[in-house]
Design a protein around this ligand. Sequence first.
Ligand code: HEC
Length: 165
Amino acid sequence: MKKTNTHTGFSRLVYAVFLTLLAFVLAISLSILALITYQDNHMAEVFKPKPPRQATPVLIIPEAAEGVRNGVDIGTGLIADEGWEMVRANCTACHSAKLITQNRQTRDGWKEVIAWMQETQGLWDLGKNEELILDYLAKNYAPENKGRRANLKNIQWYVLKESRN
Ligand code: HEC
């Protein structure tokens, strides 16, 4: 085409600038379009109806359970007799309370166990609480219990009636 040859340097420049601008505008429009499309998909994801909630099975961790049931602390298994909270506070920091509940000792025996832990295992000085702790241990975890409950005495037998519930 002859006409192109008639273009002056100036009009070529204008043409070039125009083309560059056009390219820019196109690029920006495309980016915006891409962004909107992405956002739409993303929002669809966000607002997608969620599946109905299902009941979550509840796992009861015995160590985390609290409260006393049938005279026994559920969390530790310690007999909830006088001083048991002191024992829980001082004797379950390093090991399970099972070491206590599965053990049987005389008062002197318990004293020795405590002294041994103090000498070799870093058990702290129990101060005046030691008496209370020893009383508790000697009473509730004495050798004659032999790991079983004591025989029942003075049982009042009664005749089972038909259950009302
Ligand atoms: C500073 C840590 C610590 C504390 C607190 C602690 N113990 Fe221990 N105890 C130990 C260690 C360590 C052992 C050895 C564990 C093992 O053998 O697995 C142990 C073992 C025992 C045993 C078993 C002993 C044996 O002959 O096997 C008994 C019973 C016991 N502890 C009772 C107690 C009582 C009661 C208290 C509270 C007065 C207590 N512990 C507090 C660290 C501790």
